[in-house]
Design a protein around this ligand. Structure first.
Ligand code: PHE
Length: 333
């Protein structure tokens, strides 16, 4: 049995050393050391040995096993590094080749305006509020002093989905929702950017869908001069400290008094950029605020109008056509 083991060790060693690759090495390992391997089958015959021989042969078998295992490991390491060397030799990387260029997108100019306005208002302690684009007649009109058949509803020709739901015509509906959410608590300081919809024939200056950013403050002692200050700050940040601003009396059913705000553009003259006013007491009352105790102001800006002036764009439709030649010009914005 001893001779058999030693002979196996010799054969196996030879086969291990000769293994041309990792696969054949694995086969040799199974052949000799596996459960059904040659060495194991020799050891099965140990039962027939005498009590003196058994430990001697057992020790020898263990020796043979561990010698072969070590040899296999060493050969495996050699074959692996040879394989890696071969792989490296074949995979020549030319580090001088130019890399793949990754094109990075940019903000749409309307989103850039929204972000800029949001930053300005966050700096003044406002929160950002959002609401649904499919709105109820109740929030879009009724709560804002625009009962059914009110002539001012014509100012905002609407897309109705059902008699009581429509695509919101302004984000003022979000202001109402914000007041109701606050349940009569002050201060309310929100701005609400979002898409709004009005029936209009699309042309260079009109779009049936556009973007508004409205703001609302409700607190005790809120005044028209605070509104004036906030709007001046906004306009100076957006268009430069030197920009001239003018307030004109106007009419909105939900504010009293109401104003429209113009800025002076060197080529285009006075241009209206937003509507604003002191929140009408009955709007406050309807939304759960005591109009004897609290006052508020609100304003609504068209984001497209701002982008058109800031970036000198001649047609509002450019914003929605998503022509990359247009969009790509705003990379640095
Ligand atoms: N909601 C008005 C509009 O869409 C704008 C506005 C908002 C005016 C707040 C005054 C106060 O025309």
């Amino acid at each position: 049995m001893r001779d058999r083991l030693l002979a196996l060790q010799g054969e196996a060693s030879q086969e291990i050393v000769d293994a041309p690759n990792l696969e054949s090495l694995r086969e040799v390992k199974v052949k000799y050391l596996g459960k059904k391997g040659e060495i194991t089958s020799v050891l099965r015959g140990m039962g027939s040995l005498s009590a003196e021989e058994r430990p001697v042969i057992g020790a020898l078998a263990n020796d043979v096993r561990s010698t072969l295992s070590t040899l296999i490991e060493e050969t495996e390491a050699k074959l692996e590094s040879a394989k890696m060397a071969e792989k490296l030799a074949n995979e020549n990387v030319d580090v001088t080749l130019p890399g793949k260029s990754i094109s990075i997108g940019s903000l749409h100019p309307i989103n850039a305006v929204i972000e800029e306005v949001e930053d300005i208002f966050i700096g003044m302690g406002f929160h950002i509020a959002e609401g649904p684009e499919v709105e109820t007649d109740y929030f879009n009109f009724e709560m804002l002093n625009l009962p059914k058949n009110h002539p001012a509803r014509d100012m905002q020709d609407s897309f109705y989905i059902s008699p009581e739901t429509l695509l919101r015509t302004h984000t003022s509906a979000v202001q109402v929702r914000s007041m109701i959410d606050k349940k009569g608590e002050v201060p309310v300081r929100v701005i609400s950017p979002g898409k709004v919809y009005r029936r209009d024939d699309d042309d260079a200056t009109h779009s049936h869908q556009f973007t508004q950013i409205e703001g609302l403050v409700v607190d005790s002692g809120v005044s028209m001069s605070e509104l004036h200050g906030v709007l001046l700050h906004l306009i100076h940040k957006l268009f430069g400290e030197e920009t001239e601003v003018r307030l004109r009396p106007s009419y909105f059913p939900f504010t009293e008094p109401s104003v429209e705000v113009d800025i002076f553009h060197p080529e285009k003259g006075w241009i209206e950029i937003l509507g604003a006013g002191m929140v009408h007491p009955s709007v406050l009352e309807k939304a759960g605020y005591d109009a004897e105790k609290y006052t508020g102001f609100a304003f609504g800006i068209g984001a497209e109008r701002i982008a058109i002036l800031k970036y000198d764009i001649d047609d509002i439709r450019h914003f929605y056509q998503n022509d990359l030649r247009f969009i790509k010009q705003f990379k640095s914005v």
